[in-house]
Ligand binder design. Sequence first.
Ligand SMILES: Cc1ncc(C[n+]2csc(CCOP(=O)(O)OP(=O)(O)O)c2C)c(N)n1
Ligand SMILES: [Mg+2]
Length: 928
Amino acid sequence: MTEESTPTSGTDTTRSGRTPTVIHEGLPTQLPDIDPDETHDWLDSFDALIDERGRERARYVMLRLLERAREMSVGVPALRSTDYINTIPPEREPWFPGDEEAERRIRAFIRWNAAVMVSSANRKGLEVGGHIATYQSSASLYEVGFNHFFRGKDHPGGGDQIYIQGHASPGIYARAFLEGRLTEEQLYHFRQEVQHGPHAGLSSYPHPRLMPEFWEFPTVSMGLTGINSIYQARFNRYLANRGIKDTGEQRVWAFLGDGEMAEPESLGAIRIAAREELDNLTWVINCNLQQLDGPVTGNGKIIQELEANFRGAGWNVIKVVWGREWDDLLARDVDGVLVNRMNSTPDGAFQTYSVESGAYIRDSFFGSDPRLTKMVEHMTDDQIRKLPRGGHDYRKVYAAFDSATKHVGQPTVILAKTIKGWTIDALEGKNATHQMKKLTQDDIKKFRDRLYLPISDRDLERSYEETGAAPFFHPGADSHEIQYMLDRRKQLGGSLPKRVTRAKSLTLPGDDVYAELKQGSGKHSIATTMAVVRLLKDWMKDPEIGQRIVPIAPDEYRTFGMDAMFPSAKVYNPAGQKYESVDRKLLLSYKESAQGQMLHEGISEAGAMASATAAGSAYATHGEHMIPFYIFYSMFGFQRTGDSIWAMADQLSRGFLVGATAGRTTLTGEGLQHADGHSPLLASTNPAVVHYDPAFAYEISHIMKSGLERMYGEDAENVIFYLTVYNEPVSQPKEPDDVDVEGILKGIHHVQSAEGEGPRAQLLASGVGFPWIQEAQRILAEDWGVRADTWSVTSWNELARDGAAAEEWNLLHPGESPRTPYVADKLQAVTGPVVAVSDYMRAVPLQIARWVPGDYRVLGADGFGFADTRPAARRFFHIDAQSVVVQTLQALADAGQISRDKVEEAFARYRIDDPTATAGVKQEGGDA
Ligand SMILES: Cc1ncc(C[n+]2csc(CCOP(=O)(O)OP(=O)(O)O)c2C)c(N)n1
Ligand SMILES: [Mg+2]
């Protein structure tokens, strides 16, 4: 059998050994009834059951039958949601291996320090904010993880990857303080990152860029944790499948808020995790039923809603709703009244119970049915009030984590019900709790009592007098608790969170690989997109970096001419290819493989960004340099996923982003929503992004080479290279012998001087705009006697940054001779007005206006794009060669170097105000 005719190029079954079916956990409905009499008998007996024993009993029997059917591998539809009780019944809870009492005290210390840290940061005169209630609701969730599950970086398997809810950071700092990783001083400096000197403060949230040895994953932009953690887990599998690293012992844990689940990025990719059977992924959703303003779904039940979503998507769902004190009541609930009450009580009511007295709960919750009232007769009001939620019951949480880590074939989500602000009376369950940052002395004394901390009133009061806040608490490095927690971490592979960079710099390809681009395109024309893809293909053949390149595209490989890579590099699919491909006989057939190199994300720019982020940070998260090469429809890059790129920068990820089909007028026919005339501006706002807008293939060779050197060579920088490339075929010149590489990399280089006598002008253009100034140069010379020099601006953004940096340096070095911005230096000696143009809005070239000597005029494509030919669109925006000519003549007339008549004459001749003048002008290379 040839490879083309092999129906399955990966494994036959999925990772869990199951063959994927089209009907998820269901059964086909189009089955003829082969024995109607028998069917009737069954239905009759069910009716009789309802008549004789009632609906409740019938429901119970039905559920048991469903359960049995699944046990006997009879494919029946899964229930989308189950009763509002714990998924793991008490009898299936595992033995708890820890010292529960010591762990309770450790939690108390952490709770205390976390709250004191935030409260202290909000003392009068400081008031830098922070959050108390989030961590207080999730302390048990984290602590079970830290003491029993999370594997550290020294674990032989490489360690787990943990996404911590951004607003829970105080608890994580508080634990690090107990472990001796942070000082009391640093806790006092929470959210004061510069005023006490470098590294003396703590960042507000998990920000690897600000604390690169501590935080690993930025999480505070709600929603990104969800999608990024899924793609991280998937990327771990990709590394293993491709034989780059064994990640079998690494688990991704993601902690999320129940309010946060409303973000599209939270739930938007969950089916990918199920489809790829990511049982290396566990989500823990802290269901405190509240978000910032108040309840998440006061009238509904967020846990039930999420359960249905996740089950529907194919996840393993573990609900941890009730603490152990409820077990006894549930065991006595023979009529199902308690479960029924639990099922039908809305979240808003549960929130109210969290702040009400036992008598109120007895009356409102248990008073609705005499059988319920009787059930709690033996309990005091106080016992009723204290009936805990599952997410605060350490053993229930342990059971859930244990079960999640043993589950095979599906990702797991743990839905843990908690109370926001738990253990702090002043905060618990209040609608405003999220924003309550200050604790009064009275609040703090009650809190201390609830945690049984040995801090006297006197000590508290003195601390308030001296520092304006309560004191931190540390039981001493030799105490049993600290020894215990350190020992637990040692067993599990060291303290977390922690970020380490173990990857060695790569041996980068030599100059040969760049030779082809430097040759130019001869008689042909090629688009810059093609030039980039050509070089990428050659890079992928390199013995050192080839395997490390991770091509990523959201269903656009064909658009960018990368389908030629399908047969060789192959599309990654952990299940291989289980069908005979329609195009298997073609040379360029679509190939999927578990060892595939190309990440195909489906139509998900958000997913593609998440993959790029995971790949680009593998040098730290896995100690393996990987080189994401994410190519996308220009308009759907920075505009669509700007926040993800911001998070990628925070995560110190590196890699190439390629905005293909760039420009407001170059992608013909696609129109307003596709025509990108502003991405460079958006990119300029991200300090990690180095943007280039190359005009020529030879420029691309230097830029991409520099990208490799800066991101993967010696002293690698935490930057992201962003190239805008186009789909318009352009004649690519051969690289000049005296090529100005420094100029190309810094952002501007001189291309061609005009010969002859006459008024002079300087023409600047970037990207696809270069041919316009080249043509303008010719027209100016031939028709108007003006001698123009042409300059290729490879990066307006880098020139502007350099200008700003020079000014800042000058500000800070008043006594020294001032620095000159690069662009000012370059244009210092030139003559005549400077006219700039690009396929972007004016604001892009205007970024450098301050440093361009003399008269500087800018043309640009401001406004919405539309569908038409390139010549028509460029005439409409007044950015074509003729417009450049008129603009140059006008500048010369203003300077008194030519007569004003000439401007009017040119204007009339070219009709630059009239797009109809371009009707019939031919164009080459269609849309994408
Ligand atoms: C994208 C985004 N939008 C808004 C916010 C502001 N914000 C921070 S926390 C929060 C509420 C979080 O509620 P939830 O997810 O339930 O977490 P909890 O604190 O209740 O655990 C909001 C709206 C944000 N951080 N990110
Ligand atoms: Mg919440």
